[in-house]
Ligand binder design. Structure first.
Ligand SMILES: C[S@@+](CC[C@H](N)C(=O)[O-])C[C@H]1O[C@@H](n2cnc3c(N)ncnc32)[C@H](O)[C@@H]1O
Length: 249
């Protein structure tokens, strides 16, 4: 079975929030959505409060996560309650480019507590309706993310896929407008290889922190730089770098 990419299709996880029966009002811009902006303010406050714990973790010699860690590993345990949300200016930029290209079929690698997903879902809502398929392998994170989607009244635009992304993204049968790679850098190439062939011409891949994690993103750059895959890419000078790749052929 393919991923549900049509507006208002039932998410495969079977999740449908009570708020799904409510109208998402008549929002047509992130700027107009006070409810969403208040929720984002609160989530970014919680995200920022975790920065010192993360700094200390690395100061004690911990390795960067790869995305290939086993359930039960100390790395998975540490990151399970961490937001690691995409910076707000990057998320707002992602919202704007999704609006600009009229994205209605979006895949996100790395849900965490759903901060970036909220921007993507607002974009598809404001583009007239669609589906963001968002993937994370931590069920407890996904449960909190769903709660946030409900609060924002955006559940109807989001399909949650829980499990290792190399499994959950195996069956894509519709063209994809936009892929956000906000997952641990080493596994991003695997995701690009699964999704890239389904991205329509003019569609995009955006990946976070491609300047600071360039050495860990090696496989992704091999994929994007290989002309056979049809992408042209540039690293934008956001803090840490933001990769913006467009499928040009
Ligand atoms: C940087 S965080 C995502 C942050 C989120 N996009 C946001 O802005 O709020 C990366 C997420 O990738 C998830 N992840 C790591 N390896 C994964 C895998 N193999 N399959 C699915 N999800 C994975 C982690 O659990 C983590 O929540």
């Amino acid at each position: 079975m393919g991923l549900p990419m049509r507006a208002r299709s039932l998410p495969r996880d079977g999740y449908r929030a009570p708020s799904d029966v409510c109208e998402a009002d008549d929002m047509n811009s992130l700027n107009d959505d006070a409810r969403l902006n208040e929720l984002l303010d609160e989530l970014y406050r919680l995200n920022d409060a975790q920065n010192s714990a993360i700094d200390e973790y690395y100061a004690n010699g911990a390795e960067r996560p790869t995305g290939y860690e086993e359930e039960g590993s100390s790395s998975r345990k540490f990151w399970r309650d961490k937001f690691v949300a995409i910076d707000r200016d990057k998320a707002e930029f992602v919202y704007l480019i999704c609006r600009s290209i009229g994205a209605t079929r979006i895949i996100e690698a790395g849900t965490s507590f759903g901060v970036s997903t909220l921007f993507l879902a607002a974009a598809v809502r404001d583009n007239g309706g669609g589906i963001v398929t968002t993937c994370d392998n931590e069920p407890t994170k996904m449960a909190v993310a769903r709660h946030n989607f409900e609060k924002a009244m955006l559940s109807d635009s989001i399909d949650t896929q829980t499990g290792d992304i190399r499994d959950t993204l195996r069956n894509i049968d519709e063209p994809i407008d936009f892929l956000l790679l906000d997952i641990w850098a080493p596994i991003a190439a695997d995701v690009a290889k699964l999704v890239g062939p389904h991205i329509r011409t003019g569609g995009m891949i955006v990946a976070d922190n491609t300047t600071v994690r360039r050495n860990l993103y090696g496989g992704l750059f091999e994929y994007l730089d290989d002309p056979v895959n049809g992408f042209m890419t540039r690293t934008l000078p956001f803090d840490g770098g933001l990769e913006v790749a467009v499928k040009t052929t």
